[in-house]
Design a protein around this ligand. Structure first.
Ligand SMILES: NC(=O)c1ccc[n+]([C@@H]2O[C@H](COP(=O)([O-])OP(=O)(O)OC[C@H]3O[C@@H](n4cnc5c(N)ncnc54)[C@H](OP(=O)(O)O)[C@@H]3O)[C@@H](O)[C@H]2O)c1
Length: 258
């Protein structure tokens, strides 16, 4: 049994969480061009308003939310239900990255990262699932990261938050496939955005946010569960994780400035 894709985004109701910059903004722009109806969420309302201003009449809704605030998420989804009666695709892109190493391991950073990157998507999924299950149709797409494949340096909070997204998507897939719902687990490599602008090292196989959006939407169209890119980098990391630990650690130490 194969899960469904979305042949044509025209007229589809998409809730993009994390629409204000980077990968989410690029997905929003591509979906607007494809004629989808967009509910745009994140905290920076001015940016969401600018994006909505570029949309056709009644094509975009601005739904400001902080994903760490359950009441805002609930009110945001209620606003969408009032306007559209439901959604066809939840595209959860929002996320935070704070480099963290053992010598400054800070539990506050860990809590904030898990809250935004793991509990945030779980809260959104909890909201949209009842209507999707009732309708026996719908798509849940969550942006994780190749950093969730296996441990990498400087990611003591980010890595675990993204590893858990992989497990969450895999586990959701078992339950949702028989119900006619699709899960899309999205694992980008390095993408040039505000988040990676802080990196002080050369990022291998770096792609633009526009290229990332093209990969994401093509994967959703095809009904793919595992959407990872660019393949020359994500494929290499997938290979690394099946190696024995001593070999894996040796290779990572060689390639990454630790
Ligand atoms: N760039 C990469 O190389 C890369 C690689 C792998 C995975 N990723 C993942 O891709 C996703 C997008 O990252 P990006 O690189 O495009 O970064 P970005 O440009 O910094 O975008 C992050 C987005 O998340 C939103 N956001 C952050 N915290 C939020 C919160 N508490 N509530 C609501 N929205 C929140 C931001 O909006 P506001 O600030 O307006 O709230 C913004 O729209 C993240 O999940 C990231 O982990 C990125």
């Amino acid at each position: 049994m194969k899960q469904k894709g979305i042949d044509n985004f025209s007229g589809k109701r998409v809730w993009v969480i994390g629409a204000s910059s980077g990968i989410g903004e690029a997905c929003t722009q591509a979906l607007l061009r494809a004629g989808a109806k967009l509910a745009l969420s994140s905290r920076r309302v001015d940016r969401l308003n600018t994006l909505a201003a570029s949309a056709a009449l009644n094509q975009a809704l601005v739904v400001p939310i902080d994903v760490t605030n359950p009441a805002q998420l609930e009110a945001g989804y209620e606003q969408i239900l009032q306007a559209w009666g439901g959604i066809d695709l939840l595209l959860f892109v929002s996320g935070v990255y704070v480099p963290l190493r053992a010598d400054n391991f800070d539990i506050k950073v860990v809590q904030e990262t898990i809250d935004a990157n793991l509990l945030g998507p779980m809260r959104a999924v909890a909201l949209v699932l009842p209507e999707m299950l009732k309708a026996h149709t719908g798509h849940i797409a969550i942006v994780g990261s190749v950093a969730g494949y296996s441990g990498l340096p400087k990611a003591l909070a980010y890595g675990p938050s993204k590893a858990a997204i992989i497990n969450f998507c895999e586990t959701l897939y078992y339950d949702l496939l028989p119900q006619g719902l699709s899960v899309h687990m999205i694992s980008p490599g390095f993408v040039a955005t505000e988040a990676t602008a802080q990196n002080d090292f050369e990022m291998p196989a770096l792609i633009s946010a526009k290229e990332a959006a093209t990969e994401i939407l093509a994967g959703i169209q095809k009904g793919e569960f595992d959407i990872h890119f660019p393949k020359r980098f994500s494929g290499f990391l997938k290979f690394l994780r099946i190696l024995p630990y001593p070999v894996y650690f040796w290779i990572v130490r060689r390639f990454v400035k630790i």
